[in-house]
Design a binder for this molecule. Structure first.
Ligand code: GLN
Length: 660
């Protein structure tokens, strides 16, 4: 029993609890309900009462507070966390679920309760619970349970995400919103659920796809004039696999042109804005630090190049999104947007239909709000594809991650070369904290060396541009997308098409690549770079052969920077800085995942990266899940954004993300 004037609960009743409700005592008193757990609280003693509702399996914590409650949200959330630790399931996903409800939603609920307090009925309570469960703030797995239990329909979920996409249009996360397709898919999913024949965990779940994956009948632009208007006749294998599982395709997300970049600022549709720029957490810190600049001109980049996908997941417009990762493009924006970003082992997931950047390094990436969801999506995507000869031959079994992991037998490697002078002191200290966390749980944490790390960026430059030069040859104005008007000669048509179709970054890389591939340069640049690549890959092999299970590194040098700051440097310089911890992994084809750890003093997300042995993606995700559980990264609080920015989106008021 918790005595400190806040709550009363019978622990014995809590093993199969579904929902804990914390409501203000005064409010609860007015409802006249008899069935609360524990003795009636004396009026003078407390202002809160813990209520236990049994609605199916364990679900999470809802903190409903009336407007007049003197308890700050922080206290309520830690109370809820305490209840869960004491009586809840050991799986912290439950706890996550609690924190996944933005406080603004919680407080909106409080207001609704308060207004209705006099005419309070039990059914109200249940309908509020039901509505709260509709929140796209749920993680994918939780929502799939809600779908199966009929607490939410695929169409409701789809409409909610579509409405959020509209409200957050100014983030520029989507290039194409496939509303009609998604609603149609939702309708079909609904029929399946009604017949009790759902296709699996992703049936009826909204997802988004980076706009460099081919989608049948849906424009696929790579954020380039070259492919504007191009509608592929087929789906990328990964897209098809998601659709076969019943996922709802909400749209195609924004990126740097042809995925060349690290900010999602260099595409023809303009830059993507980081949802955290508008979060309560960041805004409050800015106020404290008395920044007087215009808020909206100071928005932050998402990182890239899969920034649209990261923003889409972070702003609750979908539950999972596909990115691509050639040098860090999934992990980097994941770290900046406070979501999980997984780069699977090269060859585990098909690249068929992913418009290539660097074929020997590209991997479809997965962005989700929790590690479990990334594992679910990976389980669906992984496996041999006859259309991609680089995929593994062996069958891959879908897997679920254990709730409890014993990390005491693990050996965690800390690569000493990753401690660079440019690393921000905050990221450095979180990195050390994370290492200590593993050590305190009995894991062996050792310093390791990856001696060729410093050559990785320059080596990448040679290999990337060489493959780009070869890859981009297909865009000649004949087969795909853009063709210029010139009819002087075929050569003139090629040249003008490519000049008009590609931006400076792409053209620059094609030129560099062709230079490295010239007969007289080939040995000195391309072949040499291939040799260096082998050395870099061998560094990892040696470390893993020495007994290290997983490497722990920063994902980025610092938290996301304002757009105005970011564009002071060119694309190449930025990539060289931003890919510093992520890029070598692509050279070696290893799996790696960025997991959000904490907020910086500015109130912005910082993620850390785990790197695993080739094809040990499951082990990697198990460690990542354990870590995620320990750190309890806070949920983004976007309610203020929705309200404050209402004028930006046609004066539309978003009363609440989930209550309508
Ligand atoms: N920043 C790197 C580049 O521009 C990596 C991009 C990516 O991973 N797609 O090439």
């Amino acid at each position: 029993m918790i005595k400190d004037g806040c709550a009363h609960v019978k622990p014995a009743a809590a093993t199969d609890l579904s929902v804990f409700l914390l409501v203000t005592w005064s409010l609860w008193w007015q409802t006249g309900h008899e069935d609360h757990v524990g003795p009636d609280p004396p009026r003078s003693e407390s202002n809160c009462l813990l209520r236990v509702q049994e609605v199916g399996k364990i679900r999470g914590v809802f903190v409903l507070v009336d407007e007049g409650s003197p308890l700050p949200n922080r206290v309520l959330v830690s109370l809820a966390a305490f209840f869960l630790r004491t009586w809840g399931d050991s799986d912290l996903r439950v706890l996550r679920l609690c924190s996944l409800y933005p406080s603004a939603v919680i407080f909106s609920a409080g207001k609704a309760l308060h207004r209705g307090a006099l005419g309070w009925k039990a059914e109200w309570l249940f309908s509020i619970i039901r509505l709260l469960r509709l929140s796209p703030a749920l993680d994918g797995l939780e929502v799939s349970v809600a779908l199966k239990q009929g607490q939410v329909t695929p169409t409701e979920l789809c409409q909610r995400c579509l409405s959020l996409i509209k409200k957050t249009k100014f983030l520029n996360a989507y290039i194409t919103v496939s509303e009609e397709v998604a609603l149609k898919q939702a309708e079909e999913a609904e029929k399946r659920y009604k017949k009790g024949r759902s296709l699996g965990d992703l049936d009826g779940i909204p997802i988004a796809v980076k706009d460099n994956f081919s989608t049948s009948g849906i424009e696929t632009t790579c954020a380039s004039n070259m492919l504007k208007g191009y509608v592929p006749p087929y789906n990328a294998t990964v897209v098809q696999k998601l659709l076969d599982q019943g996922a709802l395709l909400m749209g195609k997300t924004n990126l740097d042109e042809f995925a060349m970049g690290s900010g999602s600022t260099d595409g023809i549709f303009g830059p993507v804005k980081n949802p955290w720029s508008y979060s309560k957490q960041y805004r409050e810190k800015r106020k404290q630090n008395s920044h007087s600049e215009n808020e909206d001109s100071n928005w932050l980049i998402t990182g890239g190049s899969s920034g649209g996908s990261a923003a889409a997941v972070s702003a609750f417009t979908c539950f999972a999104a596909l990115g691509s990762d050639t040098g860090g493009s999934t992990r980097n924006p994941a770290a900046h947007c406070g979501v999980v970003g997984l780069k699977p082992s090269y060859g585990l997931v098909s690249r068929h239909g992913l418009i290539p950047l660097v074929n020997s390094m590209d991997v479809p990436g997965i962005l989700t709000r929790c590690v479990d969801d990334a594992a679910t999506v990976l389980g669906i995507l992984a496996g041999h594809d006859p259309k991609d000869s680089t995929t593994i031959q062996d069958p891959v079994k879908p897997f679920t991650l254990p709730s409890l992991t014993d990390v005491s037998k693990l050996c965690i490697g800390i690569p000493k070369e990753y401690l660079t002078p440019e690393l921000s002191s905050e990221v450095h200290s979180l990195w050390s904290k994370a290492a200590n966390l593993f050590e305190s749980e009995g894991a062996k944490v050792i310093e390791v060396s990856l001696p060729h790390t410093s050559y990785s960026i320059v080596c990448y430059h040679v290999l990337c541009t060489s493959e780009v030069a070869s890859n981009m040859a297909r865009f000649d104005g004949l087969e795909y997308g853009h063709r210029c008007d010139s009819s002087v000669s075929t050569e003139a048509m090629y040249a003008a098409t490519r000049r008009e179709g590609f931006n400076d970054v792409v053209r620059g890389r094609i030129l560099s690549g062709n230079f490295f591939l010239l007969k007289e340069n080939y040995e000195n640049y391309f072949v040499k770079a291939q040799k260096v690549r082998r050395l870099i890959a061998n560094d990892f092999v040696n470390v893993f052969n020495s007994g290290v299970d997983v490497l722990l590194t920063p994902t980025t040098l610092s938290e996301a920077v304002p757009y105005t700051e970011f564009i002071k440097e060119d694309n190449r310089t930025r990539s060289a800085q931003d890919d510093i911890f992520t890029q070598a992994v692509n050279m070696a084809g290893l799996p790696a995942v960025s997991v959000p750890m904490a907020l910086s003093t500015q109130g912005l997300p910082i993620g850390l990266q785990f790197i695993g042995r080739a094809f040990c993606d499951q082990q990697l995700l198990t460690v990542a899940k354990w870590f995620e559980k320990q750190v309890q990264f806070p949920v983004i609080q976007l309610q203020e954004l929705m309200d404050d920015c209402s004028s930006v989106f046609e004066n539309e008021k978003l009363a609440s993300v989930s209550l309508k």
